[in-house]
Design a binder for this molecule. Structure first.
Ligand code: UDP
Length: 458
């Protein structure tokens, strides 16, 4: 970096929790700020830095420490230990980084922090900087956590219908799993609920969503916090194939089998392929894996299935070879390229928020198989509110059987009853694009933030 030479109006430091589903949307937001001549520094843990497979060229990357430089989360004895150490060591090393950047004559103006790392806000305030919250989950989910945080939604839940302003009536199973399954993950529950700690006091609150998608909840939450939707944070080239300015996607923790996926998809008819992925974290159990394998085979359709290396052993013996005429199994894929491909007909998804938003923004109907955390709430909205997919019904053991998978696939991809879902998928794709296009709701919010950074006195 050349000392004293500025080609930017302001400098933001992005602080993501080091998992794929948080880094992707924060980086894409960063890219939109960079286009508005805001300098971006991405602060990642030393461990994550060492595992990165791709490096985005529009940000400067700097490291902080979570206290576990050799192995990250896996090195810590427990999630509690990881979280507690990260809060302490992360805050100290972030302070050092801010000091270093100041001495290099590129002081930071604003910290955009992941609410999993809410100490980012304390560091910002101690350093006299702006602190901007960036929610990587939906507004609906944030609203549920807010009501738990405020004690307005009491835990454990009863069987009664749950009424929260701005949301449709919810059954317990529609809330995040840490809420409806008592004691399932106390530390995660605390972390997730505490995400909303700085709602209302942060200088800016961004959400990876768009106004038209969550209008009711955003309007309702405005009573305690002004949410600025800036999503979907999907590179423009996927939303509009004419745009080629956006080549590099970001920072991948896993290495995608890009060529194999592309070649295979090119050989398929439009709307003929089922894409299956459960994201980057959840480990699908062996029984569920077997039902999925049977269901995909019984559907007699083409499928592209992401089975991470850690899960491969759960596939039925010789499954990949025996189903190779119909299916391609990869350990990681370029998901956006896959979802944007004409061959895609349906996405069997765990309903992680990024995957949900990506499918919705690229017009792909969903078969929702939520597994944990906020996925149940996302699946509820996919099925009942946006009506762009169907939520699978698990049996009493919590397993989605092969016959249920086939029923859902037939409905979403072929049956007359599923036509509304397919039509809605196209409708939401259009609305998502409008939100990020020039003058759209998300684009306007980003402009507003960039202008405020450029003119701090206004
Ligand atoms: N993803 C990907 N390739 C894959 C599977 C997932 O690039 O083979 C990306 C996907 O596009 C999304 C992220 O990983 O941006 C997963 O985030 P999500 O919130 O859906 O799920 P999580 O991993 O947090 O459970």
């Amino acid at each position: 970096m050349e000392k004293g030479k500025r080609d930017y109006y302001a400098h933001c430091l992005i602080l993501p929790y080091p998992i794929q589903g948080h880094i992707n949307p924060m980086l894409q937001f960063a890219k939109r700020l960079r286009h508005r001549r805001i300098k971006i520094t991405l602060a990642v843990t030393k461990f994550l830095f060492g595992t990165m497979q791709e490096f985005p060229d529009f940000v400067s990357i700097e490291t902080i420490s979570d206290g576990f430089d050799e192995g990250g989360r896996a090195q810590a004895g427990s999630f509690e230990e990881y979280f507690e150490t990260f809060s302490r060591v992360g805050a100290e090393t972030l302070m050092e980084l801010l000091e270093k950047l100041k001495n290099l004559d590129c002081a930071v103006d604003c910290i955009i922090f992941d609410p999993f790392l809410s100490w980012g806000f304390d560091v910002a305030k101690k350093s006299g900087l702006l602190g901007a919250l960036f929610f990587t989950q939906s507004c609906a989910v944030d609203n549920i956590y807010y009501h738990v945080y405020k004690g307005e939604l009491k835990l454990p839940l009863s069987d009664d219908e749950i009424i929260i302003p701005g949301l449709p009536p919810l059954e317990p199973k529609d809330t995040p799993s840490v809420i409806y399954i008592p004691g399932s993950h106390p530390t995660a529950l605390k972390m997730l609920v505490n995400q909303v700690e700085h709602l209302g006091e942060a200088d800016w609150t961004f959400v990876n969503s768009f106004y038209e998608l969550e209008q009711e909840v955003i309007d309702s939450m405005a009573k305690f916090s002004l949410l600025k939707t800036i999503g979907p944070t999907i590179p423009s080239m996927y939303i509009d194939k004419q745009l080629q300015d956006d080549k590099e996607y970001g920072l991948s923790i896993f290495k995608p089998n890009t060529d194999a996926c592309k070649k295979w998809l090119e050989e398929r008819e439009p709307c003929s392929v089922i894409y299956v992925s459960f994201g980057s974290l959840y480990e699908v159990g062996p029984e569920q894996m077997e039902e999925l394998a049977k269901g995909l085979k019984a559907s007699n359709k083409y499928f592209l299935w992401v089975v991470r290396a850690s899960e491969e052993s759960k596939l039925p013996k010789n499954y990949a070879e025996e189903s190779s005429e119909k299916g391609l199994i990869v350990s990681w894929c370029p998901q956006l390229e896959v979802l944007a491909h004409d061959a895609l007909g349906c996405f069997i998804t765990h309903c992680g928020w990024n995957s949900t938003l990506e499918a919705l923004s690229l017009g792909v109907p969903m078969v929702a198989m939520p597994c944990w955390t906020d996925q149940s709430t996302n699946a509820k909205f996919v099925n009942d509110v946006w009506k762009t997919g169907i939520r699978t019904r698990p049996d009493e053991k919590g397993i989605v059987r092969d016959t249920e998978i086939v029923r859902c696939l037939d409905l979403v991809m072929d049956k007359e009853e599923g036509k509304e879902i397919r039509t809605n998928a196209i409708k939401w794709k259009k609305m998502a694009r409008e939100a990020v296009d020039k003058g759209g709701s998300s684009d306007t919010n980003i402009d507003e933030f960039a202008s405020a950074l450029m003119n701090p006195s206004i």
